[in-house]
Design a protein around this ligand. Structure first.
Ligand code: PLP
Length: 398
């Protein structure tokens, strides 16, 4: 089907939540590249918004998904699921959490984390503790509860009245956070690098102090690793950069390389607050998603992709910083590993994104002045060099 027909059908039949999309429909992918129906190649520096960690068509993931699909795609959680148990074990052995629950998306994982925090206090005789402090400009998802947790008015306003219990404080401001803690507070929830609002890493000292404050006040620390987790920042989980351990953390996006999955991990004494019937999911933890996630994690370990994310992230940032010396429109470059934000000094992010698209490069824009890069973790120096050459040419033409 030609692109024009697809666009017309989309505009007539699909709910218009995504506005006008980039004018392309991809047919297949290989490595970090996507191809449209005419065979035109695009180098993907957005990685399905941090999902396609192994890029496209990685044989290990394709093989695992195909083999599992041939055997069993779904079976109910009324029965034991081998890949679910194996995935929970693998994640527990490689993280600070002892137990996991699997959902189908990031928002759903965060819902699970919030429910777990609340039930933990209820079951420990503190039913009045339900409040959660989150950060301004955070993003935690699109369900009603995670919209309330998200510290951005634009996602909340149309859905008021919001689910009660959330307070938002500015990032890296410990005094305001301290002042926001009340008898009702049960947890602090945050991303360590705020992705959707433009790639803002939190200060290490701030995060360490938040951990301390949580301990002193008997609060749980929930870290949303949905975008930062699974190697993206150059460590398997971003909390490892900060020298803190969360009580609960959430994963999604890259975990199964594109097959929908979400995960909530928690320390034993907290995880055990969920008893039979307290939480659940029809699809969550199904054999297909868990087999895919096992293949993704094994590949990340075998191919040293976390180390690659650290090295390539540094290389990408160095190259961008060199371009910043040549073009004043690049105000600053920030990020952690392969989660990179280019702050422009002019409101030209959408134009820049469009010009890169015309040259066959996919990037994201946040608002009018941030370019966001989240390439697959398999990216090489050659890929980065070709991107920098393209960006150089586009910046020269602006
Ligand atoms: N939390 C963070 C940090 C995210 O970046 C996202 C998605 O961008 C979500 C939660 C929501 O994930 P999902 O879209 O899978 O529900």
């Amino acid at each position: 089907m030609d692109l024009q027909t697809i666009m017309e059908m989309d505009s007539k039949y699909y709910m218009n939540t995504f506005g006008s999309r980039m004018p392309v429909c991809f047919e297949y992918g290989k490595g970090i590249d996507l191809y449209d129906s005419k065979g035109r190649r695009y180098h993907d520096f957005l990685g399905g918004i941090a999902v396609n960690a192994l890029g496209y068509g990685h044989p290990a993931l394709t093989k695992a998904v195909t083999a599992q699909a041939e055997k069993l795609i779904h079976c109910s959680n009324l029965y034991y699921i081998e890949s679910q148990a194996l995935l929970a074990k693998k994640l527990a052995e490689n993280s600070c959490a002892d137990r996991f629950f699997f959902a189908n998306s990031g928002a759903e994982a965060n819902e699970g984390a919030i429910k777990l925090a609340r039930i933990y206090f209820k079951k420990n005789g503190m039913p009045g503790k339900f409040g959660i402090i989150t950060l301004k400009n955070s993003f935690h998802g699109r369900t009603l509860t995670t919209v309330a947790a998200t510290g951005q008015e634009k996602y909340q306003k149309p859905y008021a009245p919001l689910i009660p219990g959330f307070r938002h404080v500015p990032i890296n401001d410990i005094e305001t956070l301290k002042a926001a803690i009340s008898d009702e507070t049960c947890a602090v929830m945050m991303e360590l690098v705020q992705g959707e609002s433009g790639v803002h890493p939190l200060d290490t000292e701030y995060v360490k102090t938040v951990r301390k404050l949580c301990d002193e006040n008997g609060l749980l620390l929930i870290i949303d690793e949905i975008q930062t987790g699974v190697g993206r920042t150059g460590k398997l989980f971003a909390y490892e950069h900060y020298g803190v351990e969360p009580d609960i953390f959430t994963l999604a996006k890259a975990l199964a390389g594109g097959i929908p999955i979400g995960a909530v991990g928690a320390k034993e004494h907290i995880a055990s607050a969920f008893g039979p019937g307290d939480h659940g999911s029809t699809f969550g933890g199904n054999p297909l998603a868990c087999s895919a996630a096992l293949a993704v994690l094994d590949t990340i370990f075998e191919e040293h992709l976390t180390e690659n994310a650290a090295n390539m992230g540094n290389y990408l940032k160095d190259q961008l910083t060199m371009l910043a010396e040549k073009y004043s429109i690049i105000g600053s470059v920030r990020g952690l590993g392969l989660m990179v934000g280019i702050q422009l000094s002019q409101e030209k992010a959408v134009e820049l994104k469009g010009k890169l698209f015309d040259k066959g490069y996919l990037v994201g824009s946040v608002g009018s002045s941030v370019i966001r890069l989240l390439p697959p973790l398999i990216i090489s120096k050659t890929d980065i060099d070709s991107f920098i050459t393209a960006l150089d040419e586009v910046l020269a033409s602006l």
